[in-house]
Design a binder for this molecule. Sequence first.
Ligand SMILES: N[C@@H]1[C@@H](O)[C@H](O)[C@@H](COP(=O)(O)O)O[C@@H]1O
Length: 252
Amino acid sequence: MELVVYDDYQTLSRQTAKYIAELVRKKPNTVLGLATGSTPLGLYQELVHLYNEKEIDFKDVLTFNLDEYVGLPKEHPQSYYYFMNQHLFSKVNIAKNNIHFPRGIFTDPKEACREYEKQLTEVDHIDLQILGIGSNGHIGFNEPAKRMTLDTHITDLAPRTIQDNARFFNDSNEVPRQAITMGIGSIMRAKTILLMAHKESKAEAIDAIFSGVVDPNLPASILQLHSNVLVLVNKEVANRLHYRPPTIMVNQ
Ligand SMILES: N[C@@H]1[C@@H](O)[C@H](O)[C@@H](COP(=O)(O)O)O[C@@H]1O
């Protein structure tokens, strides 16, 4: 596991987009695991830019998103599907059938989880998983808990997550209390994982990834057991880390 330190957020986003474009050039039917939140916004902008420059073709790319709020339909402006459509899917030539998303609206929660899990197992593995990180160490919506859950599941959002995500809603009472999320198993089966963070508030959670301790109370700490993880940060985050893992510095 390595830490990659970029001069700034824009460089981080741009280089990551170039990395993805290169991957898709080599394997047009790349399976991408995608994240939402403010962290990957720059990456999606850069991918759209590369698409407009004909540097990446999404025609055969498959995508699996990490998570969705329970109770929000695709058309809801705060749903993760809406976010992805707004920032990436509607702006590139990705085929609708190649987009995979856990359902936020369902009558049978078990069935909704089974359905997504089945879609995930139909592809061999995710080639490249993009991750952000919650300030409490969550990945996707795998929240701190007594034990980690491997499969797609419904989760109660942690109070800190509700508080962190309240900024996207008019009021914290509007933040859904539950989400459906890809489990730790699918994330860990990804061939390569890129975890991105550019806010100083994430430094504590990032430290947990390099601590040598795997703790279900800090779900991202499981990434230490994966053989191909790059943690991509800007200088501000890097300067706040206590652990000094193998580090690559990338200048503009
Ligand atoms: N479920 C998502 C995560 O996948 C994301 O990584 C995290 C960080 O969000 P942000 O990038 O806005 O800090 O927020 C949400 O809770």
